[in-house]
Design a protein around this ligand. Sequence first.
Ligand SMILES: Cc1cc2nc3c(=O)[nH]c(=O)nc-3n(C[C@H](O)[C@H](O)[C@H](O)COP(=O)(O)OP(=O)(O)OC[C@H]3O[C@@H](n4cnc5c(N)ncnc54)[C@H](O)[C@@H]3O)c2cc1C
Length: 131
Amino acid sequence: MNAQLDGMAGEMLGRQIERAGIFVRAGRTVESVYGDERIGGAFLDDGTTLPADMVVLACGVRPRVDLARASGLPVNKGIIVNDTLATQIPGVYAFGECAEHRGKLYGIVEPVWEQAVVLADVLSGAKPQSR
Ligand SMILES: Cc1cc2nc3c(=O)[nH]c(=O)nc-3n(C[C@H](O)[C@H](O)[C@H](O)COP(=O)(O)OP(=O)(O)OC[C@H]3O[C@@H](n4cnc5c(N)ncnc54)[C@H](O)[C@@H]3O)c2cc1C
């Protein structure tokens, strides 16, 4: 959730989850999982062990930028765009999950809708000043 929530919102969510009886360990990394035929648990980077019957990986998504990179578009984590969703190559725009705007990748739908509106405004000429 670190892409969507700041520290304070993360703590609020953590408290809600703990109220539901789920134990939260934030700020730790799983170094490895153990078990033979069945999962036994996970070793964390602070040396502690979490016994577990099940492991769920929820490690986020990453834009597929290989095609953009191979095409010579400037790419960092995503395809770099300015406030009009333009890349540095004239006439080439990017928006949505693959676009990196002001260093940010959003990872949820709502900003994608906003970007779609801005790009439609700019490309159609209806509101060229849209940002
Ligand atoms: C498991 C999961 C749960 C999510 N839950 C939520 C949620 O609850 N709420 C929320 O707001 N957001 C959620 N999201 C995020 C949301 O799905 C994305 O923000 C949204 O789909 C981004 O839309 P997009 O059109 O930019 O990209 P995408 O939906 O990823 O669409 C990109 C499309 O481009 C295609 N493509 C890629 N490369 C090429 C290529 N070279 N040629 C042709 N086509 C190509 C892909 O196959 C894909 O169909 C979730 C994402 C995941 C993975």
